[in-house]
Design a protein around this ligand. Structure first.
Ligand SMILES: NC(=O)c1ccc[n+]([C@@H]2O[C@H](COP(=O)([O-])OP(=O)(O)OC[C@H]3O[C@@H](n4cnc5c(N)ncnc54)[C@H](OP(=O)(O)O)[C@@H]3O)[C@@H](O)[C@H]2O)c1
Length: 199
């Protein structure tokens, strides 16, 4: 049975994007931590993101998250033309939306836009994932839909020591107490927290 994991980075005050869907606070973050047991940057080659991503068999997100990725690809149009690929090549990606959205005509991209609930889509995600896991990419509303349906197994949260004051929340509403499974401080001052959800 695949695990359904919400793998996400949030500011210290619990936002996953600023009010305008910006992620500069994350992508341009610089910091350091010299304390005991500090791990390497999760995004570095051989880091924990790579290990997580290898185990992913299917992805799901809301449309705002998907549109951020499309915009980001748009900014690198030239790079795309010269062969920079879709970041999730070879892994099916479900986008939840009530609208019709473009799908990337890029080598390896497998994007399916669906208007469905977490319950409706989960069996299909699980089938596609097979022995691997399901990555709930975001946002908070989508993660909450899976959690509320009892379909979210884990929260893998990278806390970035930045306070935004406002933005897009990590979750859309209250959830039962989670069980802490692992804590990893990172050399750059972020902390990775792994929680198991009650189902
Ligand atoms: N920090 C991180 O690690 C991280 C991770 C992920 C995302 N992000 C960022 O966080 C922000 C997320 O924003 P968000 O939470 O507002 O958005 P989101 O979850 O990505 O998208 C929300 C939208 O998805 C559609 N949707 C959601 N559930 C649906 C369902 N069951 N059926 C049909 N449509 C559904 C709805 O729009 P429509 O029906 O109008 O399409 C809804 O308004 C983005 O800026 C993203 O880039 C950050």
């Amino acid at each position: 049975v695949p695990l359904t994991q919400y793998y996400v980075a949030a500011s210290l005050d619990g936002y996953i994007a600023d009010p305008d869907d910006g992620l500069d606070w994350l992508t341009r973050y610089e910091g350091s931590y010299e304390g005991p047991g500090a791990a390497d940057d999760p995004m570095a080659a051989g880091g924990s993101y790579e290990a997580f991503y290898e185990r992913v068999g299917a992805l799901v997100s809301g449309s705002a998250t998907y549109e951020w990725i499309l915009r980001h690809l748009g900014e690198v149009d030239e790079a795309l033309e010269s062969g920079v690929a879709w970041p999730y090549a070879g892994k099916p990606y479900w986008v939840l939306s009530s609208r019709e959205l473009p799908v990337p005509e890029v080598e390896g991209a497998d994007v399916r836009v669906v208007d469905a609930s977490a319950e409706e889509i989960h069996p299909e995600l699980a089938r596609a994932a097979g022995e691997r896991n399901i990555w709930v990419v975001g946002g908070g509303g989508v993660a909450s839909q899976f959690a509320a349906a009892g379909l979210l197994d884990e929260l893998h949260l990278t806390v970035v020591p930045v306070v935004l004051g406002a933005g897009k929340p990590l979750f859309a509403g209250p959830l039962p107490v989670m069980r802490l499974r692992a804590v990893t401080p990172i050399h750059n001052g972020m902390v990775e927290l792994r929680y198991e959800l009650a189902r």
